[in-house]
Design a protein around this ligand. Structure first.
Ligand SMILES: O=C(O)C(=O)C[C@]1(C(=O)O)C=C[C@@H](O)C=C1
Length: 309
């Protein structure tokens, strides 16, 4: 049985899987992070395995150290987690599910510390962004940490008197901090969507609502993106998300029009659509898209998380 004294990092990944029947699920962060709660929601009774960075979680699945990874992809207030979009393409894991988690932030501090004593607050950049208005009102300076629970751990271990943390109520319990304020996010509807990743894809079905995530690139030219999106509209397929990311390792290309001297970038488009790859209309849409896409990969076709938050 392997024992971890801290989160896994990609340079220190052990090279064998522990024996045992519980599903091992990697997440980014330390105990008490929202990602841990998401891993436990996605796979009840799993053994949630902390990883220091997103890359380490991807690698832990690829190297068979864990069975799955659960990683954040977008938040209703803060938007996309771009790093994970980029990593999805750099690695060969498949999306096998999604899970939505209501994120309710607390302002935490050591016992005896009052809100008026605080000068600064530590947390994950997404969490700080989600509490922007509250923290500005309190006049607190902000510092980023790798995850929310790490901020709580740091404040507790260093017995800081002038520094608080924005993190979950479970982080408060784990690290022995006091909850100074609850629900400090700017909007009560603060939801983060996490992806469930595995080495093998699941067989898409039609017995419940499915979603498919793809990534593609296109030739430059007028109306090409319009044409790409039309393959879905023509078949009444609803898109739930579109995200563009720079296509790395591609040099900037000068425009053919040398008169204006402008340059343009190459992009990857990530699209989520509401259909299963088991449906003919989805297969036809992707066949159609392939006619003019320069690259196309299906990242996964998986059940929609319809649970109430
Ligand atoms: O820092 C944590 O607790 C995380 O799980 C990370 C994370 C994120 O990456 O967005 C997850 C959910 C919240 O939106 C804030 C932070």
């Amino acid at each position: 049985m392997l024992c971890y004294s801290g989160p896994l990092s990609s340079t220190q990944l052990p090279n064998s899987v522990s024996a045992g029947s519980r599903l091992r699920v990697a997440y980014q962060g330390v105990r008490g992070a929202y990602s841990e709660a998401a891993a436990e929601k996605a796979y009840p009774n799993c053994e949630a395995v902390p990883c220091d960075q997103f890359d380490a979680a991807f690698e832990a699945v690829e190297k068979w150290i864990v069975d799955r990874a659960v990683l954040p992809i977008e938040n209703s207030l803060g938007g996309s987690i771009h790093r994970n979009y980029d990593l999805l393409l750099r690695h060969s894991l498949h999306i096998v599910g999604e899970v939505k988690l209501a994120v309710r932030h607390c302002l935490l501090a050591n016992h005896g510390v009052r809100v008026e004593d605080l000068q600064r607050v530590l947390s994950h950049p997404q969490a700080l962004a989600q509490c922007e208005n509250t923290l500005t009102k309190l006049g607190l300076s902000r510092e980023a940490t790798d995850d929310t629970a790490l901020a709580a751990k740091y404040v507790a271990f260093n017995k800081l008197k002038d520094t608080g943390a924005v993190a979950s109520s479970s982080a408060a319990k784990i690290y022995g901090l006091n909850i100074l304020a609850e629900d400090v996010q700017d909007d009560c509807d603060n939801v983060t969507r996490f992806l469930m990743l595995a080495r093998e894809p699941i067989i898409p079905g039609v017995e419940k609502p499915f979603k498919t995530s793809i990534v593609f690139s296109l030739e430059e030219g007028p109306g090409v993106l319009f044409k790409a999106l039309a393959v879905f509209a023509l078949r009444q397929i609803n898109l739930t998300k579109i995200e563009s990311r720079p296509l790395r390792n591609q040099p900037l290309r000068a425009s053919d029009d040398s008169n204006n001297g402008s340059k343009y970038f190459d992009y990857l488009f990530y699209v989520d659509f509401e259909a299963s790859m088991a449906e003919e209309r989805a297969q036809n849409a992707l066949r159609h898209l392939k006619e003019f896409a320069t690259f196309l990969r299906v990242l996964g076709s998986y059940p929609v998380d319809t649970t109430m938050l």
